[in-house]
Design a protein around this ligand. Sequence first.
Ligand code: KG4
Ligand code: ZN
Length: 348
Amino acid sequence: MKILAIETSCDETAAAVVEDGVKVLSSVIASQIDIHQATGGVVPEVAAREHVLKIRAVIEEAMKGAALGLDAIDGFAVTRGPGLLSSLIIGYSAAVTLARVLDKPLIPVHHVAGHIYSNWLEQDSAPEFPIVVLTVSGGHNELVLLKENMDFELIGETLDDAAGEAYDKVARLLGLAYPGGPAISRAAEKGDASAIKFPRALNESKNFNFSFSGLKTAVLREIEKFHQENGKLTEKFINDCAASFQESVNDSLSEKLLNAAVKFKAKEIHLAGGVSANKRLRSMVIEKMKVRNLQLKLRYNSNLQYCTDNAAMIGGAAYFLYQKNPQGYSSRAEVFPEPQLNLYSKNV
Ligand code: KG4
Ligand code: ZN
């Protein structure tokens, strides 16, 4: 089954053609990063206008990349939510139009389900259940148990900021570029991760929730202290602070992931979402698995394109949704974009 998928929930205009949920025939992402760098974050109106300008060319490029005509497409997938309403609407309108004109099923997909299914794309072997997924980006930060396809159970979530949001805010405090994750990670490579002792919130082994707002405040205090004592931030301080912050975030994320994997007797653990692109997070999970002698299959997508927002993950998840209930999807579905869509209510 070949699915054309569209993702416009935030600031990437993306389209992809995915076969049987796993094989990416094409994946096109038009990033708006340059535009949002000027404001240090996404302005919804600006993002929506960019989607309008780019969506058609992005879809055409994805079809060209897959070397297929629209008549070869068996279904159209689109991100239903969560996300910015004005951005979601653009991708949604395109997908609804294509599904209706070509009379093929429209498959609306939860954005986080897409991130979770990014670890099915282009793999040598199919993942085995049960799986504990750490899905973490700018907008969400969750531990999810999958007992079977498309059966999501929330184990833990952030009580305040998502880790990606904390990366973006701390990068801003340190005068680094947007988005903060890659910028912090680059600075951290030159810094000393033990230079500053930052807190690890909700550290008890049975607590699977996260909290990063205290860490953010701790970083702000260190920066203020440095300003008072030394004036302008030095490169060494920025690098050390970035490395120490990154170490604290990754320590919380990896510790809770592994505790959950043990508790829920997972066969596999997956890292998904924009923050899963973080190299230190990956290496820290591997180190801790060795120390604890955990024989688990760890998956993250080595293609960084599938960690951050993309449409291939939406096409992948759509296939598994459709397989579960082929009768549930038609070209005339009356479903609409939902900025606050909940993955854990059973009707998603
Ligand atoms: O999944 P994504 O593209 O969009 C959302 O669904 O939010 O994730 C974007 C987030 C941003 O906060 C960005 O700073 C973070 O992922 N990110 C990273 C890295 N690359 C992107 N965080 C840490 N390390 C990275 N290498
Ligand atoms: Zn995302």
